[in-house]
Design a protein around this ligand. Structure first.
Ligand SMILES: Nc1ncnc2c1ncn2[C@@H]1O[C@H](COP(=O)(O)OP(=O)(O)OP(=O)(O)O)[C@@H](O)[C@H]1O
Ligand SMILES: O=P(O)(O)OC[C@H]1O[C@H](OP(=O)(O)OP(=O)(O)O)[C@H](O)[C@@H]1O
Ligand SMILES: O=C(O)c1cccnc1
Length: 491
């Protein structure tokens, strides 16, 4: 992968928590390294009090898995690790095992740009226990962040109601990789472009921008600055009007716009970056219209997020384009998604899958056991419920009851035979070989937008969104309940 090569110059196999390696070693020592297991990656709560989440990061996961290999310099690092008594942490035999390790898991995942909900598997990894285990940390690292930012971007884009949203986050993002991944995820969520030129180069995201206050400050007057910029970009100028006095700034932009017009060129618009954005955008609109620039766009920026954007829309701000940085790329109001990766089943010596459950005092923290998939049902073109079910080859009845995993009194009957439906987990790797054709980034973005269009607006509103029904198919529900009762010694 380009990012890996450009930033880390080699293998990412050590991008993991130390305990994954100590467990891997202990699995190897106890003869369990190649026992077949299945793990699910899922989250428990939509971020930002959102009614939905948008999946992102799979493309990085694919690169990670394809390049999964311990290089000699990784092994050298592990070889020099010692325990308190000075003995090597890892035996040579284990180092050799890692040297020969070849990724051989099956990976199934929801595609990027898919609208998803809590407690449903986003990624399912099946294969040798040691490999499944080693994937936990990097998969979570990748998916947690990109999914979070794609969700934030989609919320912003929904509130923008079709207006372009320009992602301006690079300078405030969490480091280099955070910025690049955030630009990519923002585009998946619906942003139109990024200011991050490297993200443009690496991912093919359209790159755009205006100019900064420093450009104005580099000249004696604002008018001179606008004129000079217009000279350089006669068909591509958006003038930042608020360096000194916003109203005078708009007048200066109009003056330069008029001389561009006289030369057969066109001012694209203005940007406002401070003050009351509703008030100034309307004043700017009036002035631009009166001066004969009805097509000139008003761009707004300054600590925007979906809530301020929504408020500005309600105030009838005359803003056509939204520039959003900090609050988008840092997922400002919720810095982590909290997705987890849990073992769901393991194969015993007889070759049977044994479902596994982690018990917790908190009901929401009890995982869903077994080899699962998710099916989404649609009614009259709109998504109506997601069902988590055991993928065991058995045909499901035409009428299914799904049960909320956290509240068994919440149930929904589904006439599955009569409804349109689709399975969400797609096969990505089979025994380590990639079987999935990656969509282009533009196709992923389109998937987000059309996918969101298939959900009722009640699930997409900012305040108290209506909870989308997600339930366990009855037999899975009973399996889980039985295992919980057994684990708590009620059987
Ligand atoms: N009409 C409005 N309704 C709601 N929020 C607004 C409105 N206009 C601006 N805002 C938001 O209010 C906040 C104001 O930011 P701030 O306190 O930094 O003031 P400012 O005018 O931008 O000052 P500065 O010159 O320091 O940038 C920003 O997040 C901005 O997006
Ligand atoms: O506000 P954001 O959503 O992060 O959008 C990016 C901000 O970055 C630039 O500001 P700059 O770095 O010049 O700082 P300032 O305008 O806040 O002083 C730009 O003028 C935006 O205000
Ligand atoms: O192009 C812009 O206007 C821009 C880019 C980055 C941050 N703020 C603004």
């Amino acid at each position: 992968m380009k990012i890996t090569k450009d930033l880390y110059h080699g293998s990412l196999a050590l991008l993991t928590d130390f305990y994954q390696l100590t467990m891997a070693y202990a699995y190897w020592k106890s003869g369990k390294a190649d026992q077949q297991a299945v793990f699910n990656l899922f989250f428990r709560k939509n971020p930002f009090q959102s009614g939905f989440t948008v999946a992102a990061g799979l493309d990085y996961v694919i690169d990670f898995c394809r390049n999964f290999k311990f290089e000699e310099n990784d092994l050298e690092y592990l070889q020099q690790m010692t325990q308190k008594d000075g003995t090597p942490t890892f035996e040579e035999g284990f180092i050799q095992y890692l040297r020969e390790l070849k990724f051989s898991c099956d990976v199934d995942a929801v595609e990027e740009g898919t609208v998803i909900f809590p407690n449903t598997p986003m990624v399912r990894v099946r294969g040798p226990l040691l490999q499944c285990q080693l994937l936990e940390t990097p998969l979570l690292n990748i998916i947690n962040f990109q999914t979070l930012v794609a969700t934030k971007a989609s919320r912003i884009s929904l509130e923008a109601k079709g207006d372009p949203v320009l992602e301006f986050g690079l300078r405030r993002a969490q480091g280099i990789d955070g910025a690049l991944a955030a630009s990519r995820a923002s585009y998946i969520g619906g942003c139109s472009s990024t200011s991050n030129v490297m993200a443009g180069k690496l991912f093919g995201i359209p790159v755009s921008g205006t100019h900064a206050h420093s450009w104005i400050m580099a000249f004696d007057t604002e008018l001179e600055a606008f004129e000079a910029y217009a000279e350089a970009f006669p068909d591509n100028c958006i003038f930042l009007v608020d360096t000194y006095d916003t109203l005078k700034g708009i007048q200066n932009a109009i003056k330069v716009g008029q001389s561009l017009k006289a030369k057969g060129k066109k001012m694209l618009g203005i940007r406002i970056d401070s003050g009351d954005l509703a008030y100034y955008s309307n004043v700017a609109r009036e002035m631009l219209d009166e001066a004969g620039f009805p097509d000139a766009k008003v761009v707004a920026s300054n600590d925007l997020d979906e809530h301020i954007l929504s408020s500005l829309k309600m105030q009838e701000a005359a803003i056509d384009i939204w520039g959003i940085g900090t609050k988008l790329v840092t997922a400002y109001d919720q810095p982590a998604l909290g997705a987890v990766y849990k073992m769901a089943a393991i194969k015993n010596e007889k070759g049977d899958w044994v479902p596994k459950l982690k018990v917790s005092q908190q009901a929401v923290k009890i995982n869903i056991p077994g080899f699962q998939n998710v099916r989404r049902f649609y009614k009259n073109g709109k998504a109506m419920a997601d069902m988590v079910y055991l993928e065991n080859g058995e045909k499901l009845p035409d009428e299914i009851t799904i049960i909320d995993p956290n509240d068994p009194t919440k149930r929904k009957k589904i006439q599955s035979g009569a409804l349109e439906s689709k399975v969400l987990l797609k096969s990505i790797f089979k025994e380590g070989e990639k079987v999935y054709t990656r969509p282009k980034l533009d196709e992923i973005r389109e998937k987000t937008l059309t996918g969101l269009g298939r959900f009722d607006k009640a699930h997409k509103r900012l305040i108290n969104p209506h909870i989308y029904p997600v339930g366990l198919e009855e037999s899975l529900y009973h399996l889980r309940t039985d295992l919980v009762l057994k684990a708590k010694n009620y059987h």
